[in-house]
Design a protein around this ligand. Structure first.
Ligand SMILES: Nc1nc2c(ncn2[C@@H]2O[C@H](COP(=O)(O)OP(=O)(O)OP(=O)(O)O)[C@@H](O)[C@H]2O)c(=O)[nH]1
Ligand SMILES: Nc1nc2c(ncn2[C@@H]2O[C@H](COP(=O)(O)OP(=O)(O)OP(=O)(O)O)[C@@H](O)[C@H]2O)c(=O)[nH]1
Ligand SMILES: [Ca+2]
Ligand SMILES: [Ca+2]
Length: 627
């Protein structure tokens, strides 16, 4: 926002420019001849100055020999005070001064001042307004306001400079189109968004409670008794078609603001918009959309409880038909105060990456999972949308960062114990056709599709998983498509990943060798916890064309043997729990080299063969006995 106002005082010779400045600064009229051009004065902000701006007033001369200085000063200022004092100097406003400003290419507001109002010849105020001011205002839109002054009688002197300050700090031009008699589109769009955010229950009306809240947020003071009734009465009179019974509707709200603009109370509109983080160019403040939020290395961003509550409330407010899903209209209504769905959602054909109901609409579970993933992958997007969607922390001064939190860094993954993460990312690696996409579908409770669609672009699925002990966590499963080599070469990507899931098709002999190759080609993979999975267990198992069979291979690595699963089995959900458990407890998914290898399984198997041998022996003996 503007913090300095520079006023250039212009006008014909002898109109009283220097006298007005002297009168303001010295508080008295200096009757004896004063210096033709006063030195520049700078006035610090006082109680009366709008928006605490510092004001610089520059005096000028209209004499031809001073033209260079005049031109320079006009180009430097952000508002022009144009003074006239008689018929001749009035005529010169439209004939010389206004065209001159335009010829210099400056686009600053002009405050027109009819000075020497004390002189009898200058006529009555209403006459001056009707005959002089209104016609030039109609002709030159850059004229912000007009005022009659007298430097001699100290009439409207403070006021004329105040108008200049306000023309800079609260300009009418971006808000209202005089020619059209309408609020300008950008202003209308901003006010619509404000209305929308204030209509907390989304019924299309600002009811009394919402009006009170809007008032105290915008003006930092409550509505006085009777004021609300006044506003409603004014609106009903201006818009007889809109009933104010249920509150103020959007049309009425815009009408109210239009009336502020028409009555010269556009300052009110600026207060409303600025309180809602709009800049002078009517865009949202950059610091509001993009607050500082750093995620240190080995940490991740997650939603805080306040963040989850916000997105949950949002979902519940917009699920108008209460069917547990957001249909297209409900989704469009929810995203109305934003520029639309986040770019990354569009690119990944939202809502296909998360849980939907039978109708294909995102559910509350899916909605929270989607935001958990977005926050993990691109916290800046979440912060931006929290701003657009009107997040307010428990404390009104809280920034949108109150909806996020940073997890503890997890540098040493081999250290035993749980990591403090509720959102984890797992890369799913495996040969083409191994069944990765089918696993993603099963994760989102989608029915099994026997048709094969190879994956080109990386694809993600996110859902909540209940860990042992009942804790919830969000698991992001990602298959990398054609980008597999590029991503595995990227150390930063591997650092953000919490777990690798190696998958192969146990019914396809050439499937396992892909994993063996990957581990050879990217040794850095061994720095990550991993789980091995054999997919399509419902089909006949076949021998893998590989130096070692999968069980022997993992045993040689001191890793757990592959889990055999099939997406056609209900037990598939246990794989997701196992993945989430390993991701949040990474030391369990590394080779068990430190401890002695777990041989209890082997012992069990040995015990079984011994018994079998014994049984065989007895049978043999019994038969020999009988013989
Ligand atoms: N009656 C009356 N006389 C005024 C008023 N303001 C200024 N004057 C007189 O008008 C004359 C010109 O005033 P200045 O303040 O020097 O005018 P200026 O516009 O700075 O003139 P230049 O510096 O020559 O361009 C002086 O004699 C002032 O005393 C006013 O409000 N009423
Ligand atoms: N019988 C059976 N078929 C499966 C199973 N999982 C996947 N399939 C089938 O295997 C084929 C390949 O599955 P996808 O999930 O597309 O394999 P993918 O690993 O994603 O393949 P790419 O994207 O090419 O790397 C499809 O025709 C699936 O229907 C399973 O558990 N059992
Ligand atoms: Ca002067
Ligand atoms: Ca796939």
């Amino acid at each position: 926002m503007t913090t300095a106002v520079r006023i250039c005082v212009c006008g014909d010779e002898g109109t009283g420019k220097s006298s007005l400045i002297a009168s303001l600064v010295k508080d008295v009229f200096v009757a004896n001849k004063i210096q033709s051009v006063l030195p520049q004065v700078t006035i610090p902000p006082t109680i009366g100055t709008p928006e605490n701006v510092t004001t610089t007033i520059v005096d000028t001369s209209a004499r031809p020999q001073d033209r260079t200085t005049l031109r320079k000063e006009i180009r430097k200022c952000n508002v022009i005070l144009l003074v006239y004092s008689d018929h001749y100097s009035y005529e010169r406003v439209a004939l010389f001064w206004m065209p001159y400003f335009r010829s210099l290419g400056v686009n600053v507001p002009v405050v027109l001042c009819a000075n020497k109002s004390d002189l009898a010849a200058s006529g009555s105020t209403s006459q001056v307004v009707e005959e002089e001011m209104l016609p030039v205002m109609a002709e030159f839109r850059e004229i912000d306001s007009c005022i009659r002054t007298s430097a001699k009688e100290q009439h409207n002197v403070i006021e004329v400079f105040y108008l200049c300050q306000k023309a800079v700090t609260h300009p009418i031009a971006p808000l209202y189109d005089h020619k059209e008699g309408q609020l300008k589109p950008a202003c209308m769009a901003a006010l619509k968004r404000v209305f929308y955010l204030c209509d907390k229950d989304q019924d299309g009306y600002l009811n009394d409670d919402e009006m009170h809240e809007f008032q105290s947020k915008s003006f930092e003071k409550p509505l006085l008794p009777g004021e609300l009734e006044n506003i409603k009465a004014t609106v009903s009179k201006a818009v007889p078609t809109s009933s104010t019974e249920k509150g103020l509707d959007l049309h009425g709200f815009l009408q109210l603001n239009k009336m502020y603009a028409e009555k010269g109370r556009h300052e009110t509109i600026w207060i409303i918009l600025r309180k809602h983080h709009y800049t002078d160019s009517l865009s949202l403040e950059d610091s509001f959309l993009h607050p500082r939020f750093d995620v240190p290395d080995y940490s991740s961003a997650e939603l805080s409880p306040a963040g989850y509550r916000f997105f949950m409330d949002l979902f519940l407010t917009f699920d108008k038909d209460n069917d547990g899903g957001l249909n297209d209209q409900e989704l469009a209504a929810l995203f109305a105060p934003t520029p639309g769905l986040p770019q990354s959602w569009v690119e990944t054909s939202f809502p296909s990456s998360t849980v939907r109901n039978e109708a294909g609409h995102i559910t509350l579970q899916g909605w929270l999972a989607q935001w958990s993933m977005t926050t993990f992958l691109e916290p800046k997007t979440t912060l931006e949308y929290l701003a657009y969607l009107g997040f307010e922390g428990p404390d009104a001064r809280d920034s949108t960062t109150a909806a996020l939190k940073v997890t503890k860094p997890r540098k040493r993954r081999r250290r035993p114990g749980r990591v403090e993460r509720n959102v984890v990312l797992c890369y799913l690696l495996g040969s083409a056709g191994a069944g990765k996409s089918s696993l993603l579908d099963a994760f989102l409770n989608r029915p099994f599709d026997a048709l094969y669609h190879p994956t080109i672009k990386p694809r993600r699925a996110v859902n909540s998983v209940e860990l042992h002990g009942g804790k919830q966590c969000y698991l992001i499963l990602e298959e990398l498509g054609e980008l597999e080599p590029a991503i595995l070469e990227n150390q930063a990507k591997l650092d953000t990943c919490d777990l690798i899931c190696y998958a192969y098709d146990s019914s396809e002999p050439d499937s396992f060798s892909h994993i063996v190759d990957l581990r050879k080609r990217y040794p850095q993979l061994d720095e990550l916890p991993a789980i091995y999975t054999a997919l399509k267990a419902d089909r006949d198992k076949t021998t893998q064309r590989s130096e070692l069979q999968p069980d022997a291979y993992t045993a040689a690595l001191n890793m757990s043997a592959p889990l055999h699963v099939s997406v056609t089995w209900n037990s598939i959900s246990e794989l997701f729990v196992a993945l989430a458990e390993a991701a949040t407890n990474p030391s369990t998914a590394f080779p068990k080299s430190e401890e002695p290898p777990d041989r209890s399984g082997l012992y069990l198997a040995l015990g079984a063969t011994t018994c079998a041998a014994l049984a065989a022996f007895m049978i043999w003996r019994r038969s020999t006995n009988s013989a």
